[in-house]
Write a protein that binds this ligand. Structure first.
Ligand code: NAP
Length: 439
């Protein structure tokens, strides 16, 4: 007689949740239901990865293989916490694995941050990726923008703003976003780095992308590239640090061509206030210097005239009713991914917003190893009838895998009509209607 299946609910159909599902179904006695609040799968791959990073988005093919596995079910358009409580899931599944990511932006905590014209990178990324539930669009009438933060998200935002609608026409960026980006093209993006050139988190290949953008000058003040003793040591021992520093040294040495657009990178500058009456007019920066023992504040400040400020200083997870939450760190407290009450976490909600998409694979392997050990040690079995009853109740709202395929087909057909790879549908009700009419 075949072993009866045990069931795991994964909450979140982004890369972390799907990598975990792939690990789980390596065990022949497990079945996985992957819930997502959206009718669409892939999370960050669809709504976080920059639209011009087409190669990275190809990971969706591998994620599709997992979601179409015979022992995996995609349960789209179901919000855990609203349509079904976490407690109800715990009553219907042997284990629950939460993979809801880190959707909220961290704040700068400086005066003027609430002025119109200050955006979070989280909002802008959602907007230009056509996320149906969020994303305040870039509407400020300016051609000069400051982006605060020295991570890869800052580079994504800067590149999208500088390329503009015309430079992104081949991608799946929604048409209204392309039009908004071209209404008043951004000419100057200023990236603000509070520490030294040896401390940035930019990936060297992402930096190199700017060298391939037409009609763009790269502006770096060589005086801001000095290294203290500690940074010099890291320059000598860490190839990634050396690659970043060398890139900025080469940018500082480049002659300016009088191009129509400029990327300025400012080091050792901390934002202290957003200035403006009614809307952003400038960003006040405190100048820091490199001393023998590290970064030291100076009495100097600079006023950078810009019409908009984007804060790109990291993300926080969202609290989920029924799950503990560490508000200071912006994640769920856990021990090796175990939270308690047969509930586990994986991905950014577990370890905070760090690493590239592939990092979440290793994280999923770790969380699943602990989950399986706990499952095997737990003699209590959840009655499968509870799960059947729950899914029957959710049938009215659930968008299934065939429903997603209908949405995918519709987006590709709309895109083909205008010579594009796809045109994303950004309205949930429209997506659900398309999914339903296909079943
Ligand atoms: P991140 O890499 O953690 O960078 C955040 C930056 O914000 C840091 O440079 C940090 O500086 C700075 N910061 C924090 N508070 C600040 C403040 N008050 N004032 C000024 N600067 C401040 O975060 P992220 O860019 O949001 O990226 C999240 C993750 O996604 C990263 O692992 C990233 O590599 C990944 N990602 C990868 C790609 C890609 O591979 N193409 C694309 C996008 C994102 P300090 O270091 O001084 O704290």
């Amino acid at each position: 007689m075949p072993t009866p299946l045990r069931h795991v609910a994964v909450v979140g159909a982004g890369p972390s949740g799907i990598f975990a599902a792939a690990e789980l179904v390596k065990r022949p006695d497990l079945h996985v239901d992957v819930f997502d609040r959206l009718p669409t799968p892939f999370g960050l791959v669809r709504y976080g990865v920059a639209p011009d990073h087409i190669t990275i988005k190809r990971v969706a093919a591998a994620l599709t293989r997992t979601l179409t596995h015979p022992r995996v079910r995609f349960v789209g358009n179901v919000t855990v916490g609203t349509d079904v409580t976490l407690d109800r899931l715990r009553g219907a599944y042997d284990r629950v694995l939460v993979a809801t990511g880190a959707p909220h932006a961290r704040e700068l905590g400086i005066p003027g941050e609430d002025l119109p014209g200050v955006y979070s990178a989280a909002d802008l990324v959602s907007w230009y990726n056509g996320h149906p539930l969020g994303g305040i669009g870039f509407t400020t009438d300016t051609d000069s923008v400051a982006v605060v933060g020295a991570g890869n998200v800052s580079l994504d935002v800067a590149r999208v703003l500088l390329k503009g609608g015309a430079g992104l026409a081949e991608t799946d960026v929604p048409d209204p976003v392309l039009a908004a980006l071209d209404r008043r093209p951004v000419r100057d993006v200023h990236i603000i780095v509070r520490r030294s050139v040896a401390d940035v988190k930019f990936s060297p290949p992402e930096l190199a992308e700017f060298e391939r953008i037409d009609d763009l000058d790269l502006v770096v003040d060589p005086e801001q590239l000095s290294l203290g003793p500690d940074a010099l040591a890291r320059y000598g021992s860490d190839r990634t640090v050396a690659a970043r520093v060398d890139t900025f040294r080469s940018w500082a040495a480049r002659p300016h061509t009088g191009a129509g657009r400029r990327l300025h990178v400012h080091f050792l500058r901390s934002p202290v206030e957003v200035l403006g009456t009614g809307s952003v007019e400038a960003l006040l920066l405190q100048v820091t210097a490199v001393g023998p023992a590290g970064r030291v504040a100076t009495s100097r400040s600079e006023t950078l005239p810009v019409g908009a400020v984007v804060r790109s200083v990291g993300y926080r997870a969202a609290p989920l009713p029924g799950l503990p939450f560490d508000a200071d760190q912006g994640l769920v407290p856990h021990a090796e991914g175990y939270v308690g009450d047969r509930t586990h976490v994986v991905g950014w909600v577990k370890r905070g917003p760090s690493g590239v998409i592939g990092t979440n694979k290793a994280c999923a392997i770790d969380s699943v190893r602990v989950l399986l050990a706990a499952l095997d040690a737990d003699p209590a079995r959840i009655d499968g009838a509870e799960r059947t009853a729950l899914l029957a109740e959710l049938a009215e709202v659930e968008v299934t895998w065939p429903g997603w395929i209908a949405i995918d087909d519709a987006e590709q057909a709309r895109g083909a009509a205008s010579g594009r790879v796809r045109t994303k549908i950004t309205d949930v009700a429209e997506m659900v209607a398309i999914a339903r009419s296909s079943c």
